[in-house]
Write a protein that binds this ligand. Structure first.
Ligand code: ZN
Ligand code: ZN
Length: 220
C-alpha cells in the first residue's frame, strides 16, 4: 500500500515527508494505522547527529493507533485493537522478560538496525531503497508494520494523544525517578525541565538526583 512517513536521510538535515510503499505484514507482524505520536528527544539526537542511526530511517517510537491487519501467527492482538507501541519490543517469554526486565528482551538485540525482527528485512520502501524504522516502530507515519512484540493493546476509547506517551516518555520517566533517583511514595519532588522526563529533580530532604541514571545519594 502507499502511505506517508517522515524520513531522515542523514544527520544534520530535516525530516522529510515522503510517499512510501508499505508491504503487508508477514509472520508475527501487524499493520497499524497511526492516530497520535509523541516527539521524543531521541529523534532530535538522530536529526542533529548525536546518536548514529541506520539511514534512511522513518522516525517515531512513541505512538498510538489501530491495528488494521495481522500476519500469520499473530496471537497478541487483532484487527480493530487500539494499541500503543513499546519503544523496546518485549516477547514475554525470554529469560529477561520472565524476570520482569522487558527492557532487556532478546528481541531488542537488533533495535538499532531498524529492520523486521524475524527475518531482518524491510517492509517500508521508497522506490528501490529500503527504509529502516526507529526502535523497530517508525510511527512518524500514517501507517507502519511492526512485530507484534512492539505493540500493547489498550482499552477502547483511550485518548491516543495520551496513550502514546506511555510508549517511551512515561516509562522512561518512571524508571529514571524510581530506579535511578530513588524517589519513593511520600517524597516531595520538583521536576525541572519539560518533556517526558524533566532534567533534574530535588527532593524535600535536599538530596539532588542527576538525570543521567547516576545515583548521587541513596541515604535516607
Ligand atoms: Zn523516546
Ligand atoms: Zn523477551
Amino acid at each position: 500500500m502507499r502511505t506517508q512517513a517522515a524520513v531522515l536521510w542523514e544527520s544534520g538535515t530535516d525530516w522529510k515527508i515522503e510517499e512510501i510503499e508499505l508491504d503487508p505484514p508477514k509472520d508475527g507482524e501487524v499493520l497499524v494505522r497511526l492516530r497520535a505520536a509523541g516527539l521524543c528527544h531521541s529523534e532530535e539526537h538522530h536529526r542533529c547527529g548525536d546518536v548514529p542511526f541506520a539511514a534512511p530511517m522513518i522516525g517515531g517510537h512513541e505512538g498510538a493507533g489501530v491495528v488494521e491487519a495481522v500476519g500469520p501467527g499473530v496471537t497478541l492482538t487483532g484487527p480493530g485493537d487500539e494499541i500503543v507501541f513499546s519503544s523496546i519490543p518485549n516477547c514475554g517469554r525470554c529469560p529477561s522478560c520472565a524476570q520482569g526486565r522487558q527492557n532487556l528482551c532478546d528481541l531488542a538485540a537488533g533495535i538499532m538496525g531498524g529492520r523486521q525482527i524475524l527475518d531482518g528485512s524491510a517492509r517500508h520502501h521508497l522506490g528501490d531503497t529500503d527504509l529502516t524504522i526507529t526502535c523497530l516502530v517508525g510511527c512518524y507515519a500514517r501507517h507502519t508494520v511492526v512485530n507484534e512484540a512492539s505493540v500493547i493493546p489498550v482499552g477502547p476509547g483511550f485518548p491516543p494523544e495520551v496513550a502514546c506517551l506511555t510508549g517511551c516518555g512515561a516509562a522512561t520517566g518512571w524508571g529514571s525517578s524510581v530506579y535511578a533517583g530513588g524517589v519513593r511514595p511520600g517524597d516531595s519532588v520538583a521536576v525541572v525541565g519539560c518533556g517526558g522526563l524533566g532534567s533534574t529533580r530535588w527532593s524535600s530532604s535536599g538530596r539532588r538526583h542527576g538525570s543521567s541514571g547516576r545515583r548521587t545519594s541513596r541515604s535516607r
